[in-house]
Each structure stands twice: as C-alpha cells, then as structure tokens.
Write a new protein. Structure first.
Length: 695
C-alpha cells in the first residue's frame, strides 16, 4: 500500500500544495507566461542549446540548412562603401545574386529615408526591384504602433514586404526564443491593433503581415499565403508563434550559425567558385553582421546573434518543419502531479533511498527534456523540478524532525530488550514495527533461575541483587546474540521471543540454540561462583501464532506478546520440574530445529489450560558438536524410550540403567525410576500421556 495512516499530515500538506501550485502553474504557463517559473524554464530552454551539453546528451544540434545564405554588411563592406551604403550598389548586389541563380532575396534593412548621397541612387535601386520580383523589403512599427514602409520610390516598385519588427519576439529578459510567422495583434490602451498585408499595398492578400523569413519561405516553396495564414491565425486566440529550434553555432567571425558571404565581394563580383555554387537556388538574407552595428540580439545560439540570422532560423525551421512545438497542457499537468508526488510516494523509505530515487527521476526528466528536441518538442523542466524539490525538502525535513523523534523513541524503547542489529533495522525502517498489535508466528521462551528462592534466604539483599543481575545479564546477552527480544523480567525469570518485530528465518532454531548456550553459561558461572553452585535454570520454549505489539494503557505500554502460544511456553518451563529436565520444547519447535539439533523425546503431556496433549522434547546438542560418545549415548536413550512405550519395561530398564552408569542426568533418572516402578508394581493402566496439572 502506497499511502499509510502515519503519514496523514504529509498527505494533507501535499494536497494543499498541489492545489496551490497547479493554480500558480496555470497562471504562469497558460495565461501570463512571464512569471518566475516560466522565466526559469526559458533559461532551461537556453541551456538545452549549449553546444557542449549536446555533445553529451543527444540529439546533437542540427547544422544550418545549406540553402540559406547570409549576405552580410561586414566591416570590409563598411570600409569600402561606408554607411549607409549608396543604394545604387544594391542594384549590383541584386543583379549578381540573380546572375548566380539565387531563388529569393530578402533585405533585413530598413529604407525609410531617401539616399543621403544622391536621390538618383533610389531610382537605380527601384528599377532593380521592378525587374526582379524575387526581392523582398522590410517594414517595421514606429513608436506610435503604425507601420512604416520603405520610401515612396521603392514602395512603388514592389509589393513584396516582410516584417522586420523584433519587439513582438523579445521575451522580458531581452532574448529572442520564439517567432510569430505573421505580425501579431498588439493590445494597447484597451484596444487591439491588427496589422494586415492588404493595408500595405493594392492587391495584397488580406492576411497578417508575414515576417521576412515567412515571406522567403513562402516564395521558395510556392505555398499560398492565404492557406498558410490560416495555420497561424485563430480568430478566437489570435496569432500563433513557434519556438525556435536554433542551429549549431559554428564559431565563425561574422555569423553565428549560417554560411556567410561578404556583400562587398558580391557587389564587386569577386566571388570564389564555391561561393557561386552556394548561391544557386539558395535563399539569400541581406543584413548587417558588423560588430559595431546595433542589429544584434541575445539568443541561445549566442549573446550577439545578428538580427538577420533570426529570419534565417525562421526560414530554416519552416523549411524543415522542425520548429519546436509546445507540449499539450494536460501532459504537462500530469507530469506536474507526478513529480510533485514522487517524494511522497517514497516517504516510507530512508532519506538516502528517497534522495536516490528522486535524483534518478529528476535526471531522467532532464535527459528526456533534452531528448525531446529530437522530436521537435520544447519539453519543460523547471515546471516539474520546482514542485518536486519543494516536496522533497518537505519530506526530508519531516523525516528528519518527526521521524527522527520517532526513531529516538524506538531506540530508547527497544534497546533494552532487542539486539543492536534488530534495533538498527527498526530505526532505519519503523514501518516494520506495527503499533497496536498484529498476529505473527513467533517462538516464545520462559527461562527461570531454579534454586534462587532458597538462596535468597542465605544472602543479604545487596549480594542477592548483584548475583541476580549478573546471572540475568549473562543470560540476556546470549538471548540477544541469538536475535531474540527480551520481553520482560519477572523476578528471577526471563521472558523472550523471536520473529518480531522483524522477520527471522528459522526463529525456532535460534531460540533452541539460545537455550542450549544459556545452559552452558550457567555451568560456567557455577564453576566461577562455587558458593552458588546450586543454581540451575529451567527453560520452556513453544512456537505458534500470537498477538505481538504495544500493549498497555495510553500513558504506559510495553512491546510484548500475548496468546495461547505464550501460555504453553510458560507451562513447559514449569513442566521441567516433573521430568527433572532443564530445557523443554514443544513438538512444533522440534519439527523445525531437528535439522540442526539433536533432541531426546520426553513424552506426551497434559498441561493446565490445554484440552489436548502435547509432545515435548529435550534439546541435547547441536549436530555439529556431537562426538561418538554422544551418538552412543543418544542411541541407548532412544532404545530405552522405544522399549518403554512398547511397555517392555524390563528391557527399557536395562538401557536406562546403562545410561545411569555412563552419566547421571535428570531425564534418564526419571525414566530409570519409572521403568523400575512399572516393572515391579505394574503401570496401572498408563496410557503414555503424563498428566501435569500444576503450573
């Protein structure tokens, strides 16, 4: 289950933040497109055209279309002809370009004033315009939002116009990232100003005024301007723009992306053969590229991109149909919600894993945003990254503050009765601890220090306390080392369990091994403390389903285990007295642990609280510790038990007598005496089940 009750506060905050952010996102990206997030996403758009970045992450930046040539007014041209150029030279420029087969020519130059050197120059230029119908001039908007056309002499010679206005293309930070193929409507002083091509000249189409790059594209491809205008204008939503797909910066002197030929070389007809070949069937854009000129703009391709190259990119993108499309708003909304909730989905994990998963998802988003340029989509990043980071910081802070407090509580609460390894597991993943109680398969052990009551009568309280603490500490350390949980101390008794709060494979085997090791430790302690050599322990171990969890009142509770499984373990501990054994386990424990431990069959017993009899066993040794003497001893015992339950008490007595001679043990002594009694006095109808009705 992804959502958990303990994180209710986080989910409420996440829902509130989701609503607030989505409203902000809608205003920013869908309506205004000029607030902080969209502004940051524009910076990300710029970054995606970084030449070095695109060498690492595909797709590679596309090279400029070779059909587009920039004829530039460079420093050499200015040095030769001055500025402004006498317009008679434009006639030579047009003639030579057409001589070498240029398909279409566009001037990114404004001709609003007569030639300052000689008015006849305008006439010469006008004659060239009349002769060559593949030449386009520029129009612009003045400060009063009126269209400014070329001077009358030139305007009478052509109807081929394209807009040069960059103001509609500039973002708030002064960069150009988008293009309107047709001059957009302008909203000014509560009125809408719309610019129509038909208002520029008689017989011109009733469309918006196309950008110079759009005009060159339409002429080059032969597309109908009216049909094309329908694609980029909506009567309800107005004029449409597209996001520019900038080309690979080439690092040459005068232009950033496109092939360049100096205007001077064309006017003087001093072209190289390869330059003549380039001009054939090409799209020519004429404009200033000199560094001292003011016609430069900041773009992702370069901080000083000549304005003429903006029109070149427009033509290039339209020709190749690879301008960047915006991703549908509903796709963006889905991704906003996904990335906002990613840290919340992983909140149950550790901070390290949350950080790793979130970093991977953010990296995938970043790479995907770049990769989508291959399919001509401007895929946002900041719109998804910002809410993701807000929620990531919140989730990490929540886990550090709230869960940090919870982890300290777990450590303080469980370190008293859990092994350090288990405590660490719980601290790292508190979800493994289900508060309130759950049903689990557990192994329960009761361990009582026998003979301690009589000893307490001989020792003063201080010595008695120190002695008890020493024995309990040693035994507790063993239990913890075998991954057990100390439930509680009941006087001189220890209650422990396994397989909670964390899962433990072979928990029955761990419990039995722990019991055997505790018996060894008692013998060792008795050798060291000969005055207390009479101390022994009785151990009862049972397994099965039980309720495990924090039990008690709202103010005081303990992590414990309850149920019939627990009660039987307690009864088995007490039953040791009857059989003179030190450790007794149920049949359920035996069935798992027999793979690694040798057991001796004790018998079948009735205990308090159980309607059915229970088979019980005494662990002897781990199999890896058995020697030949042990094997012979166990073989003799098994034969004695076999004959006893076959009611051949004479034969059973012989085997138990042999065992007594080898080594005196409680269980052997029990069956030795019982066999002799049954042999001499009869078994009085003994049915093979011992009735133990005392605790």
């Amino acid at each position: 289950m992804i959502f958990k009750k303990e994180y209710k506060t986080v989910y409420i905050f996440s829902l509130i933040f989701t609503v607030v952010y989505c409203i902000f996102w809608a205003f920013d990206y869908l309506l205004l497109n000029d607030m902080i997030l969209s502004s940051l996403d524009k910076k990300w758009y710029d970054f995606k055209f970084n030449k070095s970045l695109r060498k690492i992450f595909p797709p590679r930046l596309k090279e400029a279309d070779k059909r587009i040539i920039i004829v530039g007014i460079d420093e050499e041209t200015l040095s030769e002809y001055g500025w402004p150029l006498p317009r008679r030279h434009y006639k030579d420029l047009i003639e030579n370009l057409n001589k070498y087969g240029a398909k279409v020519i566009g001037f990114d130059i404004l001709f609003f004033d007569p030639d300052k050197i000689n008015p006849l120059n305008d006439e010469i230029f006008a004659q060239a315009l009349k002769k060559h119908k593949n030449v386009f001039l520029g129009v612009a908007i003045d400060k009063n939002l009126s269209i400014i056309k070329p001077i009358e002499k030139l305007a009478e010679s052509t109807t081929n116009y394209g807009s040069l206005s960059a103001s509609s293309m500039l973002d708030s930070d002064g960069r150009i990232r988008k293009i309107y193929p047709f001059m957009p409507e302008i909203y000014y002083q509560d009125k809408t100003v719309r610019y129509l091509y038909s208002e520029l000249c008689k017989g011109c189409p009733n469309t918006g005024i196309p950008l110079l790059g759009t005009q060159l594209y339409l002429y080059y491809t032969g597309k109908d301007i009216n049909e094309f205008y329908k694609l980029w204008h909506d009567e309800l939503w107005g004029d449409k723009s597209f996001i520019m797909n900038f080309r690979l910066p080439r690092g040459i002197k005068n232009t950033v992306m496109y092939d360049f030929i100096s205007m001077k070389d064309i006017i003087k007809d001093e072209l190289k053969e390869e330059e003549k070949a380039k001009i054939k069937d090409s799209i020519i854009l004429i404009g200033s590229v000199a560094q001292a000129a003011f016609d430069h703009y900041s773009t992702p391709a370069g901080e000083h991109t000549p304005g003429v190259e903006i029109h070149a990119v427009c033509v290039d993108n339209l020709l190749n149909n690879d301008y960047l499309r915006s991703v549908k708003w509903y796709v963006n909304l889905i991704l906003v919600l996904l990335y906002l909730w990613i840290p919340v989905f992983f909140i149950s994990k550790s901070v390290g894993l949350i950080t790793l998963y979130n970093a991977v998802m953010v990296f995938i988003l970043m790479v995907f945003s770049i990769f989508m340029l291959k399919y001509c989509y401007n895929f946002h990043f900041v719109a998804f990254f910002v809410p993701n980071m807000v929620m990531y910081i919140y989730v990490v802070a929540y886990k550090s503050i709230v869960e940090g407090k919870e982890k300290r509580w777990i450590k303080n609460t469980f370190s008293q009765y859990l092994s350090p390894e288990v405590v660490d597991i719980l601290v790292n993943d508190p979800s493994k601890l289900k508060l309130g109680g759950e049903k689990r398969d557990v192994t329960v052990c009761f361990m009582d220090i026998a003979g301690f009551t009589s000893m307490s009568e001989k020792l003063d309280p201080e010595k008695l306390t120190n002695l008890l603490n020493m024995y309990l500490s040693e035994l507790s350390d063993i239990i913890l080392s075998y991954k057990g949980v100390i439930d509680k101390y009941i006087g001189d008794c220890i209650m422990a369990f396994w397989n909670a709060p964390v899962n433990l494979e072979k928990h029955r085997t761990y419990a039995v091994k722990s019991g055997l090791k505790c018996l060894e430790k008692i013998r060792e302690l008795n050798l060291r403390n000969k005055e207390q050599a009479g101390i022994s322990i009785r151990i009862g171990i049972n397994s099965g389903l039980a309720i495990v969890g924090n039990m008690g009142s709202n103010k005081r509770f303990a992590y414990t285990v309850l149920g019939d499984t627990v009660n039987l373990a307690s009864r088995l501990e007490g039953a040791n007295k009857y059989f003179h054994t030190n450790i007794m386990v149920s049949d359920d424990v035996y069935k798992e642990a027999e793979d690694e431990i040798i057991f001796r069959y004790i018998g079948e017993v009735f205990v308090v609280g159980k309607e059915q009899s229970v088979k019980v066993w005494e662990p002897y040794k781990e199999k890896i510790e058995m020697n030949e003497d042990d094997k012979r001893y166990i073989n003799l015992f098994e034969n004695g038990i076999k004959y006893f339950y076959e009611r051949n008490y004479v034969k059973a007595f012989e085997f138990f007598y042999e065992l007594i001679r080898i080594r005196e043990e409680g269980l052997v002594r029990f069956y030795y005496e019982l066999s002799r009694d049954f042999m001499e006095n009869g078994d009085k109808g003994f049915d093979g089940v011992f009735n133990i009705r005392s605790k």
